[in-house]
Structure formats: C-alpha cells, structure tokens
Design a protein around this ligand. Structure first.
Ligand SMILES: [Zn+2]
Length: 316
C-alpha cells in the first residue's frame, strides 16, 4: 500500500497558516470533522483542536489512527514530513470545543499519551454527567470514550504551558451545547469556533451540512455567544497594522473573514427566529420535533434543530 494514492484518503491535511494545519476526516458517519493541529517549537507542544470520529475501521485504511497519522504520515502540506515527527518529542494539549462524538472519539488514540485535555468550565456537569447522551454516542450505538478533562478553562482565560505563554485565549460560547468553546490564536489571528457555525457546502461541493443543534442547545445563549464573538473580533481588528481576524469552524469552513461571517450568521438566525426562513424538513427525534430550515436557492447556511429552540428564542 505504501505510496499508493489511497494512503491518505481517510485523513487529508492542508496548511492553514505558518504554524497550523487542518486535517479533514472522511469518516463513516459522514460528519467530516475538521481537526486543527498547531505546532509549537518552544515550548515543545502540539495543540490539537478536537480529535474527530476516532478513525476508520482498523485494517481498512492505512491511517485509521489520528495520532499515528500526525506522527508518521509524510504530509505534502508539511514539505513531505509528518506534522509531529516522533523524534521531535513534543507533548500534546487537546482542546475540546465540545463533547459531541464527532469531536471526541479520537481521544482514545491519545491516551495515556496526553493527559492534557482542555474543556470549558461553563457547565462541567454537561461533560461529567450523562456523557453517553450528551456526546450523542448512545444514539449512534458507539461506546462513549472514557476520558478525564484535566483542565477546565474559564472564560477569557489565556493559556500557557511550561510557564510560557501559548498566545491562545479561550472564550465560552454556549449555545450549540453548554460546553461549546472558541479559542483565539493571537499569533496567527485565527479564531476557532467549533460547531457554533459553518457554511453549508463543502469547498469541493461534495457534501453539505446544516448547522446542527441537539436537544441540549439553547438559542438564547447562542445569540449572546454570537454577539460576544463579534465584539471580540471587532476589538482585535482595531489593533493597528494587523490582518483582520479569520475564523475556522468544526466542519466545512476553515478560513473566512471573521466579522463578515459573524454578521451573516447573526442575520440568518434573526431571520430564522422571526419565521422568515422556511422549514423544509421535519422529523420526530429524542421525543421532540427536529426541523431543517433552509432558504430557497444557494443558501450560505442551513440549520437543523429542535423547533422549540427557535420558539424559545422568539419569546425571550
Ligand atoms: Zn457538535
């Protein structure tokens, strides 16, 4: 198999900026999660943002293990070298944007290699209690990964490692889930927002995805989080002589102008809440009505959620 083009099909990797790569997982659940990998030389650390769906079926794809892929796959995007070659001996810090299965199933490959797992402190019970339901693993009939969050990050907290600043900042952004977080890379001026939003159609147009909310979503919190992200990005954009902040999402969208997409998402949800976007599909799930909103034509976003979330936001 070595050298065959299919070698890298399960994971594909491209460079996002000088220090960061984005890996796309072509998983069996068709979630297509984006996994961000930021490489530090000093301190010797690799920051991984979400770990995807846990790889393919062993034996079917060569690289079914994210950690192996990062440590041994000769990535064209990294001049033919692995992103984190073993001899570099860098440690791992894993940022979990939230605990949905398509973001945490890959954690198993990093344990016990990394005990550094970071999550939002906004509502610890969402992760610490009833994880099979909150991760949605229960509904997919996949074993819920066992992991321990070693670092509960507070809102606006700045991260360091080995007493050195990582120039990363955490923002609590509840709404998609209570534990949803965003993190800002000051050095690269890139803000990662997890599943809070993303565009509808993949770059190569091979698949599309709505912005999805589970039963545990909350659009009152969500609208406040969008406003908070917008204010944060606008503040950063006032810094003189610096490039405008870009945004990377958990699916579909890896690099887009921050203010521009935040304004567009805000408007889309305002229209949704005002009943201006048609419901094109409806089904009963987890004891309530889940619907898909999609504007006619080549809409930039679509949204799937319990209908209740929109009604609750309209009332608030
Ligand atoms: Zn999610």
């Amino acid at each position: 198999m070595a050298g065959s083009p299919s070698l890298s099909e399960y994971f594909t990797c491209s460079r996002l900026n000088a220090t960061t790569f984005v890996i796309h997982e072509n998983d069996k659940y068709e979630e297509h999660p984006f996994i961000y990998v930021k490489i530090y030389s000093d301190p010797g650390l690799v920051v991984i943002c979400d770990t995807g769906c846990g790889g393919g079926d062993a034996g079917r794809e060569h690289y079914h293990n994210l950690k192996d892929y990062i440590e041994t796959f000769p990535a064209a995007a990294n001049d033919g070298k692995p992103l984190n070659p073993l001899e570099a001996e860098r440690k791992y810090l894993i940022i979990c944007t939230h605990c949905h299965y398509d973001h945490i199933l890959g954690l198993k490959h990093f344990q016990p290699a990394s005990k550094r797992i970071l999550a939002s402190s906004f509502d610890r019970s969402f992760i610490e209690e009833n994880l099979p339901v909150h991760s949605l693993c229960k509904f997919l009939d996949v074993p819920t990964p066992e992991y321990t969050v070693s670092y509960w990050a507070n809102d606006l907290e700045k991260l360091s490692f080995d007493q050195k600043s990582l120039n990363l900042q955490i923002l609590h952004t509840p709404g998609h889930t209570p534990d949803e977080l965003a993190w800002y890379d000051e050095q690269e001026r890139h803000l990662y927002v997890g599943d809070s939003f993303y565009e509808r159609v993949a770059k190569d147009k091979s698949y599309e995805q709505p912005i999805i909310f589970p039963k545990e979503g909350n659009w009152v919190h969500y609208m406040l989080s969008l406003e908070k992200l917008l204010r944060f990005v606008e503040e950063k954009n006032k810094e003189p002589g610096q490039a405008p902040v870009r945004i990377g999402c958990g699916h579909i969208t890896s690099s887009v102008d921050g203010v521009e997409i935040l304004l567009a998402v805000q408007q889309y949800f305002r229209d949704l809440i005002d009943g201006k976007v048609p419901i094109v599909y409806s089904e009963e799930k987890r004891g309530e009505e889940f619907v898909l909103w999609k504007a006619a034509g080549d809409s930039r976003f679509s949204v799937a959620a319990p209908k209740r979330l929109a009604l609750e936001a309209a009332k608030s």
